[in-house]
Design a protein around this ligand. Structure first.
Ligand SMILES: Nc1nc2c(ncn2[C@@H]2O[C@H](COP(=O)(O)OP(=O)(O)OP(=O)(O)O)[C@@H](O)[C@H]2O)c(=O)[nH]1
Ligand SMILES: [Mg+2]
Length: 644
């Protein structure tokens, strides 16, 4: 059970700090000025254990309108909101503004505490309650409990704790997998330890001894000590309030708004493509290029929003925009940005980052809008394909893409692996091609890369008829502008194995005749085909098939050759069917559909004499290739089968 982080919210003087003190015994107003003026200025932190044993961390924010910026730095990353409204005053301007902010940050759970209930009568309480219900109605928090409490008498606290328990129960965790990302909300020196930073860990985990990157500067820092709630721990996980003692940078070079991240993943950018929503409550339409305050994580960055699909955005409207920032932002796709007008500073809009490192643009070009739509709401696979398409022959590095995709947990290629083919076995269904160094290309870009190599060789052959091929190094540098080194190397390798090009010594030539398999390879392939046909449709999987074949015979490439040459059909990366067997299966399918309009899973298992392990991928492949089409639990003839 990870601790849950709760953020207070509400108008100045409504009793946030008093409530937190009553709840935790901790006074979050630590500054001398806070004590003297009796108001909160900066963030305060408290924690306690609920009766269930669950730990909660509380970030207490200031209500003063001049410190909304500090409130924003604390509100980022909270799981629950504790919205504090004084019963004797009711809803006030920062009640609305703080609520708008947590709503923009997509906080969906919490509790409303009607404080100072000891100062009002029951009737007033009913009026305020009705006012609050109306306030919440249009928000993500519309169904949260509203409880009357008094931090002076302690009345209502039992119910409040009960409501917090319930809300905490319902909170889903953040992913401790993948990229680590900590927005820094405080920096201070500690005698004998050095620089300490704190924040709510957004993603991943941080361990003692880890090397992290300080963003946006990119400086490398080492984690000397990790603390959660004043206790030293080996590892802190996403969703926890953490304090890290760091080594490697001077205290002065770290400020609130900076980030600590897993090295090599983030590329801070002055440009962000976003989906921008102007709040209904915004006082006027937003013109393109207005100066704004953009809050991401604990940072506030000034910048302008260039509207891409219109000249102005009316209150309540959403549109595509590019944020042009005056300092680089450390963003990932999917991040929420809270936007305030420059002057007066007022929360007017929210945005979702769709591309954290876009090219500069002022208008949408054909195709841009579809691409942005995909990046905003497509599946991981569709997003990957969109990014890969944009990257062309250079492809996208699988690792770097996680930040641009906003899938910080786990590897993205894992999520998309079903549709990713290795470069040696690209078939019609592959949506992406993975090269050996992990980069992903669209099949179109990959085919173009292969064609580029072949064309360059033929052009050379035409221009140099008396020479026997182009030296490999020359070919590579000739194509260096279009194809990065690793892409060229792998393309050439595939072309050589497939027989579309030949190598004579160091020179690449066009082949005199078809693919050149050695007699040894021809023999091994024959043996593979024999093994594949041995047990009907229950074929051995590829790993089994290649077991025992000497690496020098390059079994992986032979498998590719089987598929490329059409001698076998690739169903999944582990399942191949020799052409004859496949034709037989198609024949049986046709015969079945001549007798019956539908095909159940059971009937298919009988027809092919296979177990479920084979039937599922086979049917999925048949659906994909249009031979069958799924209808409920059954299959009907697909477009390809009907047309023949
Ligand atoms: N009678 C009564 N007074 C309260 C209650 N809660 C808070 N107060 C008083 O209200 C005043 C403001 O309380 P704080 O807790 O500092 O208010 P706050 O919301 O933290 O204010 P900021 O952080 O400056 O926005 C203090 O004088 C408290 O003693 C309550 O339940 N009943
Ligand atoms: Mg306070």
């Amino acid at each position: 059970m990870r601790p849950v982080v709760i953020g207070t919210a509400g108008h100045i003087d409504h009793g946030k700090t008093a409530l937190v003190r009553r709840l935790t015994g901790i006074d979050t107003d630590r500054l001398k000025e806070e004590k003297e003026r009796g108001i909160s200025i900066d963030l305060g932190f408290a924690h306690r254990t609920l009766p269930s044993g669950r730990r909660i961390a509380i970030v207490d924010v200031p209500g003063h309108e001049r410190f909304v910026k500090n409130m924003l730095a604390g509100a980022t990353g909270v799981d629950l909101v504790l919205l504090v409204i004084a019963a004797d005053e009711g809803v006030m301007p920062q009640t609305r503004e703080h609520l708008a902010i947590v709503n923009l940050l997509r906080v969906t759970r919490g509790v409303v505490a009607l404080t100072k209930s000891d100062l009002v009568d029951e009737e007033t309480l009913q009026v305020v309650r009705a006012e609050v219900e109306e306030l919440l109605a249009g928000t993500l928090l519309r169904d949260i409990p509203i409880l009357a409490v008094s931090s002076v008498t302690g009345s209502g606290f039992e119910e409040l704790i009960g409501a917090l328990e319930t809300a905490v129960e319902q909170t889903s965790g953040r992913s401790a997998e993948g990229v680590a990302r900590l927005p820094i909300d405080r920096v201070f020196p500690v005698e004998g330890i050095g620089t300490v930073v704190t924040g709510t860990l957004w993603n991943g985990a941080v361990r003692t001894g880890d090397t992290l990157e300080l963003q946006p500067s990119g400086k490398s820092v080492r984690v000397r000590q990790v603390q959660v709630h004043d206790t030293t721990v080996e590892e802190a996980q996403a969703g926890q309030r953490v304090a890290l003692a760091i080594h490697g940078v001077a205290r002065e070079s770290v400020t609130r708004g900076d980030w600590l991240t897993t090295p090599g993943r983030f590329r801070p950018s002055h440009l962000l493509d976003v989906r921008l929503e102007l709040l209904d409550s915004a006082p006027k339409p937003l013109g393109s290029r207005s100066r704004l305050r953009c809050h991401l994580g604990a940072s506030e960055i000034l910048g302008r929003a260039v509207l891409l699909d219109r000249d102005r955005l009316a209150p309540g409207e959403a549109g595509w925009a590019q944020l042009r920032l005056e300092a680089p932002a450390t963003a990932a796709a999917g991040d929420r940005v809270v936007i305030r007008s420059y002057s007066p500073a007022l929360t007017i809009a929210g945005a979702t980052v769709v591309d954290p490192a876009p090219p500069k643009r002022s208008r949408l070009m054909p195709g841009d809008s579809a691409r942005l739509d995909t990046l905003l709401s497509g599946s991981a696979m569709e997003k990957l394909a969109a990014l890969a398409a944009e990257a062309g022959s250079a492809g996208i590095a699988g690792e770097g893409a996680s930040v641009r995709l906003g899938s910080m947990g786990g590897s993205i290629t894992e999520a998309a692996s079903a549709a990713v083919a290795a470069a040696i076995a690209v078939d019609a269904e592959a949506k992406l091609v993975r090269l050996k160094d992990g980069r992903l290309l669209t099949p179109e870009s990959w085919r173009r890369a292969l064609e580029d190599v072949v064309k360059a060789v033929s052009r050379y052959a035409e221009e140099n008829r008396l020479r026997d091929g182009i030296p490999k190094g020359d070919l590579k540098s000739l194509l260096a502008k279009e194809l990065p080194g690793p892409v060229f190397d792998e393309a050439l390798e595939i072309l050589l194995v497939g027989g579309r090009l030949s190598l004579r010594g160091d020179r690449v030539t066009l082949p005199k005749a078809g693919p050149a398999l050695s007699s040894k390879q021809e023999q091994v392939i024959g043996e593979m085909e024999r093994r594949l046909s041995e047990k009907g449709f229950q074929v051995p999987d590829v790993s089994e098939l290649t077991r025992g074949i000497a690496p020098s015979d390059r079994p992986g490439e032979l498998v590719r050759y089987l598929v490329d040459s059409g001698r076998a059909v690739k169903v999944t990366s582990e399942l191949l069917y020799p052409r004859e067997l496949w034709n037989e299966l198609e024949g049986r399918l046709r015969a079945h559909f001549r007798k019956s309009p539908t095909l159940s899973m059971g009937a298919f298992k009988d027809l092919a004499q296979v177990s479920r392990k084979y039937a599922v991928p086979l049917l999925e492949h048949l659906d994909r290739t249009g031979l069958t089409r799924r209808e409920g639990d059954d299959r009907v003839p697909g477009p390809k089968l009907r047309s023949v």
